[in-house]
Design a protein. Structure first.
Length: 201
């Protein structure tokens, strides 16, 4: 059981949310496969709660080949039809289809930019934007950086990548550190960096 007495961001209330908050949210990630996973999951969240997505995360990993970019990019219409019938994920055809389209877009980005990580991190000049959140510095829904990332991803054909979704993606992957001032994870997030993995083919 998580220690609920520690100072955390106010949204971390359940055990699953606390675990995600303490160990993943805001940790800088340069791993293409993890970045793709978060892009898919943040898009799937649109109109839903993050707790809903966390509860279905293992289902997504099982059905989307553990977010192997190359394998998802090869999914067919028959695969999409199979996925939208499976209750382990959000059964929204547009969202499922977007995951496949986004995998193909990420492959193109990898070819042109060397890695998906290099591409997305270029929108923050490769450095985490660090802004302790408090009453004087509330968390925005979007920023100029998320606006730019959204536009760029859309140019590659990505779906469910509006600026608000992109900002949530940036928060999740440590491109911005939006942990509240005084949060126990605020400092540690920047020291636990996810290492890059070989590109998916």
């Amino acid at each position: 059981m998580a220690d609920t007495q520690l100072a955390r961001c106010t949204w971390a209330t359940t055990d699953a949310m606390i675990d995600y908050h303490d160990h993943e949210w805001g940790v800088p990630s340069h791993d293409d496969q993890h970045l793709f996973e978060m892009l898919v999951l943040e898009g799937a969240q649109a109109g839903l709660s993050w707790s809903t997505i966390l509860n279905k995360r293992e289902g997504y990993r099982a059905l989307f080949a553990n977010f192997d970019i190359g394998r998802v990019a090869r999914f067919t219409d028959e695969d999409i039809e199979r996925l939208v019938q499976d209750a382990r994920i959000v059964r929204n055809r547009a969202k499922v289809t977007s995951a496949v389209l986004n995998a193909r877009a990420v492959q193109q980005i990898q070819q042109e930019h060397g890695s998906f990580a290099d591409f997305v991190w270029s929108f923050v000049d490769g450095v985490t934007i660090d802004t302790p959140r408090d009453a004087k510095h509330p968390t925005p829904a979007s920023t100029p950086e998320s606006d730019a990332l959204s536009r760029a991803l859309k140019q590659y054909g990505c779906k469910f990548v509006g600026t608000t979704i992109c900002y949530a993606f940036m928060q999740a992957t440590g491109m911005v550190n939006d942990h509240a001032a005084g949060c126990i994870a605020r400092t540690s997030a920047g020291t636990r960096r996810k290492r890059a993995s070989p590109r998916s083919k």
